[in-house]
Design a protein around this ligand. Structure first.
Ligand code: MLT
Length: 303
């Protein structure tokens, strides 16, 4: 019998990959494997018998990789399994960064709560919340992995010009790019051309604070930024300055923090990128299979 500890609610469809040789529980003494979504394991004491951790998601910054490696614990993630869910929310985020949808919705609710005749005040909102179309604008996609490529292709289908940057662009992902997507070799080139920027980088010590003062200085005035990757990719002080000066006209993020969430131009979403039944099932299935294949056969398959 293998013992699998779940550290978050993991989809039942995913857990069905583990047959009755696997005992699954969120409270267990003996742990051969951990299935985790977003729970942070940095302070978690790994038991001596633990063999692997599977993260039902792409990012692994909630797992202490060094400590796991030292203990010989294999860490899996599920690259691509939630890419469509994140892509769809990124497209919504581009529109939220452009059209004043979120501000307009909040205003209507405030009018209703204040007892206004909402239908009668619509014209006021209509005049106040004007925002540009994305068609014909240039989108800079930073990171052309599974999600970045889907975003680039979907935004191109909406009529955007795409410039993409990725220091480690794989042949497989390059071949998946819609013809016409221009891949540039430096971030500065991308910053100089982009009206909109969408981040799709993993969070690592090297990528932390990628959008800093120098990066904002290289961007166009009024740039609109979408971040469904990780909050720490953007330096908070640099962002605050860019929002205050108007350098950055909008910042839509799936990783709100208290310092910027209430600022003008910021639309903050509570990490919903992969919160779809489809993405949750796909990630959980892939993670459960990884655990099964590793515990059964010692196979390490990260796809
Ligand atoms: C990811 O890294 O893929 C996401 O953070 C997944 C999630 O929402 O749990």
């Amino acid at each position: 019998m293998y013992h699998v500890k779940t550290m978050n609610k993991i989809s039942k469809i995913g857990l069905a990959e583990l047959d009755d040789r696997f005992e699954i529980s969120d409270t267990m003494e003996h742990e051969d494997a951990i299935l985790v979504r977003s729970a942070k394991l940095h302070d978690y004491d790994f038991p001596a018998e633990l063999l692997c951790i599977a993260r039902a998601g792409a990012g692994v910054n909630n797992i202490p990789l060094d400590r796991a490696a030292e203990a010989g614990i294999v860490v899996f993630n599920t690259p691509g399994a939630n890419a469509n869910g994140v892509k769809e929310l990124t497209i919504a985020a581009l529109l939220l960064a452009s059209r004043k949808i979120s501000q307009g919705i909040t205003w209507v609710k405030e009018q209703a709560a204040a007892g206004a005749d909402v239908a009668a005040v619509v014209e006021k909102g209509k005049a106040a919340y004007v925002g540009p179309e994305i068609q014909g604008k240039t989108l800079g996609v930073v990171g052309l992995g599974a999600i970045g490529v889907l975003v680039a292709n979907a935004a191109a289908a909406l009529g955007m010009q795409i410039v993409g940057y990725d220091p480690f662009l794989s042949v497989q992902h390059a071949l998946n790019l819609t013809p016409g997507v221009k891949v540039v070799s430096t971030l500065e080139e991308l910053y100089g051309q982009a009206d909109y920027i969408s981040l799709h980088l993993p969070m690592t010590p090297e990528t932390k604070g990628t959008l800093n003062d120098a990066a904002f200085a290289a961007m166009k005035d009024g740039v609109r930024i979408v971040n469904l990757a990780r909050g720490e990719l953007v330096d908070t002080e640099a962002l605050k300055a860019a929002l205050a000066s108007g350098k950055c006209a909008a910042y839509v993020t799936d990783f709100p923090n208290s310092e910027t969430a209430a600022m003008e131009g910021v639309v903050a979403i509570p990490h919903l990128g992969a919160s779809t039944p489809e993405s949750e099932d796909n990630c959980a299935m892939m993670a459960a299979r990884q655990v099964r294949d590793y515990l059964d056969n010692g196979n390490i398959v990260n796809s």
